[in-house]
Design a protein around this ligand. Structure first.
Ligand code: PLP
Length: 384
C-alpha cells in the first residue's frame, strides 16, 4: 500500500519525466480542430476541456484516492463539506428521509437536520451503537444512512458490516465520513458501505495548509455526484489537489507516527488521576476497542478526554500548554487542543451530551515525550 500511495496514477512519460506531478494551473484546454470539438461532443473522445469538469493534476489525485479507498471512482472537492453536501444531495429528492447516526461533525448535522428541511427532506438521528434502533427508525421513504466511525468528538465506533447489511436489506444507501481513519487505516467500501467522503483538510493534506474534500464510490453513484459537482461548482483547485498529492506521499509514515504518539499520550492520560475519561478507541480498555480492531487497521491521532475539574481548571490547563496550540481542525504536524463544547451546538437532537470539561486533542508529530511532559506540567498548573 505504501508504494501505491506514492506512485499510483502518475505517468512520468506524459509529463516530461517530472518526478513530482505537475500543477496544471489552467482553467481550460484547447481543441486542435473543429473536428475534435465534434468528436468530443459526440462522446467519441475523452479529453480535458474545463477544470470544473476535469484537470490532469486533479485526475491524478482522484485516481490515487479511488485506488486507496478500493472504490471505482473518486471526485475531489474544494472542501470536506463540499464533498459531504454534494454526496447527500445526489441521493435525496423532496419527500425523502435521512437516517443519521449520532455524533457527526456539527456542520454536517446542521445540513441534515436543518438546511435540508427547506427541500422537504426530513431526518432522524439514532444511536448507531444500537442496531435495533437503526432498524426501527427506517421509514418507507428513508433514502440513506449517514455516519462517521469513529465520530470526531466521542470517537464512538459503529459496526460498519452490520449497518451496511441493514441498509442493503432495506434498499437504502450508506454514506460514511472516513476522515478520522483515512484510507490508510480503514476502507469502508470493503464492508459494503456505498459512498466514502473525506475532509482532505486533515490527515490526507497533512500539513494544515489546504482545505479540500473527496468522494469515493462506484461509477453509477458517481454519475449523480458528478452532476452536483458540475452544477454546484464545488471543484478543488489544481494547486490544492497538488498539495493533497504531496501530503499523500508521506501519509503512511505520518499515520504510523500519529498512531504511536497518540497511543503513548492516551495511556498517559488514562492513568492520570486528574483525567476522568479518555475517548480513544486505540486503548485496549476503550469500550469500542474490540469492534474497532475488527474494522480498522490502526488508529489516528485525534482523541478527547474529560478533566476532573470545573471551568477554572479547564481554562488554566489549556492556557498552560506550551507545545499544544489552541486551534480547530486537526491532522497536521502540530499538536492542537480545543474545548469540546465549542465544537457542538448545544441543543442537538442526536442525544450527544458533551461534558463541559471535554478537551479535544489532535496529537501531532512532535516528540511524544515532550508532548507528555507538556501535558503533565499543564495538569499540575491547572490543579495547583
Ligand atoms: C469529521 C469531519 N468531517 C468533515 C469536516 C469538514 O471538512 P472541511 O473543513 O474540509 O470542509 C470536518 C472539518 O473539521 C471534520 O472534522
Amino acid at each position: 500500500m505504501k508504494t501505491d500511495i506514492e506512485h499510483y496514477g502518475e505517468d512520468y512519460q506524459r509529463f516530461l519525466g517530472a518526478i513530482a506531478p505537475p500543477i496544471f494551473e489552467a482553467s481550460n484546454f484547447a481543441f486542435s480542430s473543429y473536428e475534435e470539438v465534434e468528436e468530443y461532443q459526440k462522446g467519441e473522445i475523452d479529453k480535458f476541456v474545463y477544470t470544473r469538469g476535469g484537470n490532469p493534476t486533479i485526475k491524478i489525485l482522484e485516481a490515487k484516492i479511488a485506488m486507496l479507498e478500493k472504490g471505482e471512482a473518486c471526485r475531489a472537492f474544494s472542501s470536506g463539506m463540499g464533498a459531504i453536501t454534494s454526496s447527500i444531495l445526489s441521493l435525496v429528492r423532496s419527500g425523502d428521509h435521512i437516517l443519521c447516526l449520532r455524533g457527526v461533525y456539527n456542520p454536517t448535522y446542521e445540513f441534515i437536520s436543518n438546511y435540508l428541511n427547506r427541500f422537504n427532506v426530513s431526518s432522524t438521528f439514532v444511536d448507531g451503537r444500537d442496531l435495533e434502533a437503526i432498524k426501527s427508525a427506517i421509514r418507507p421513504n428513508t433514502k440513506l444512512i449517514y455516519l462517521e466511525s469513529p465520530n470526531s468528538f466521542l470517537f464512538e465506533v459503529f459496526d460498519l458490516r452490520a449497518i451496511a447489511r441493514i441498509a442493503k436489506e432495506n434498499g437504502i444507501y450508506t454514506v460514511i465520513d472516513n476522515t478520522w481513519a483515512t484510507p490508510y487505516f480503514q476502507n469502508p467500501i470493503e464492508y459494503g458501505i456505498d459512498i466514502v467522503v473525506h475532509s482532505a483538510s486533515k490527515y490526507l493534506g497533512g500539513h494544515s495548509d489546504v482545505v479540500a474534500g473527496l468522494v469515493i464510490t462506484n461509477r453509477e453513484l458517481m454519475n449523480g455526484i458528478n452532476r452536483e459537482l458540475h452544477l454546484l461548482g464545488g471543484v478543488i483547485g489544481p494547486f490544492e489537489a497538488w498539495l493533497v498529492l504531496r501530503g499523500l506521499r508521506s501519509l503512511p509514515a505520518r499515520m504510523e507516527m500519529h498512531q504511536s504518539n497518540a497511543m503513548k499520550i492516551a495511556r498517559f492520560l488514562d492513568e492520570h488521576p486528574r483525567v476522568i475519561k479518555v475517548n480513544y478507541p486505540g486503548l485496549p480498555t476503550n469500550p469500542y476497542h474490540q469492534l474497532a480492531v475488527s474494522q480498522l487497521r490502526g488508529f489516528s491521532g485525534l482523541m478527547s478526554f474529560e478533566l476532573d475539574g470545573g471551568e477554572k481548571e479547564l481554562r488554566k490547563f489549556i492556557d498552560s500548554l506550551k507545545l499544544f496550540t489552541i486551534a480547530v481542525s486537526w491532522g497536521g504536524y502540530e499538536s492542537l487542543v480545543f474545548p469540546g463544547k465549542y465544537g457542538f451546538s448545544k441543543d442537538r437532537a442526536d442525544g450527544v451530551i458533551l461534558s463541559p470539561q471535554l478537551v479535544r486533542m489532535s496529537v501531532g508529530l512532535e516528540s511524544a515525550d515532550d508532548l507528555i511532559e507538556d501535558l503533565d506540567n499543564a495538569l499540575k498548573e491547572a490543579f495547583s
